[in-house]
Design a protein around this ligand. Structure first.
Ligand SMILES: [Zn+2]
Length: 157
């Protein structure tokens, strides 16, 4: 059975560039099949994960956030490469039977998805800035960030 863990983790950060303290909600998603490995994966993601959350004061990303951002691109690029391979295989096998026509739409949709993710990735450092919150200045954060804060407050006694 496929296992799935999803949560918004509240993380504190101090901007390395301007020293502003802030916090943000990091959407953590872990998928797996192996129960034993899954728990360790979830613990690691919750305890050590880092989001791409620019400083709300100056817009800079901390070094560990830049690293996390770069790592996310790797995943998107691998996805693009796999989609292209599926498309190429589907194209080569075009005459082999109707079933293989499935490879072309599947590869095409997958390619579009990863291209979209890559475009979103480029803007992430800019668009995420308003999701970061300076303590006491919650009203300046985005609606999405305030929704996550309200949900977090509701489940934290
Ligand atoms: Zn800053």
């Amino acid at each position: 059975m496929a296992l799935k863990f999803e949560a918004d983790i509240r993380r504190d950060a101090v901007c390395a560039a301007c020293g502003t303290g802030y916090y943000y909600f990091h959407s953590v998603e872990v998928n797996g099949d192996d129960r034993e490995k899954f728990d360790a994966k979830v613990r690691k993601a919750v305890e050590e994960g880092v989001g791409v959350a620019p400083c709300p004061a100056c817009g800079e990303l901390n070094p560990e956030m830049k690293a996390a951002h770069g790592k996310a691109l790797q995943g998107h690029l691998i996805g693009i490469a796999v989609s292209l391979a599926i498309l190429a295989f589907g194209w080569l096998m075009l005459e082999e039977g109707l079933l293989l026509y499935i490879l072309l739409p599947v590869g095409g949709l997958s390619l579009l998805g990863y291209l979209g993710a890559t475009i979103a990735w480029m803007f992430e450092p800019k668009t995420n800035r308003k999701h970061s919150i300076i303590p006491g200045r919650e009203s300046e954060a985005s609606d999405k960030a305030r929704e996550k804060l309200a949900a977090w407050q509701a489940r934290t006694p």
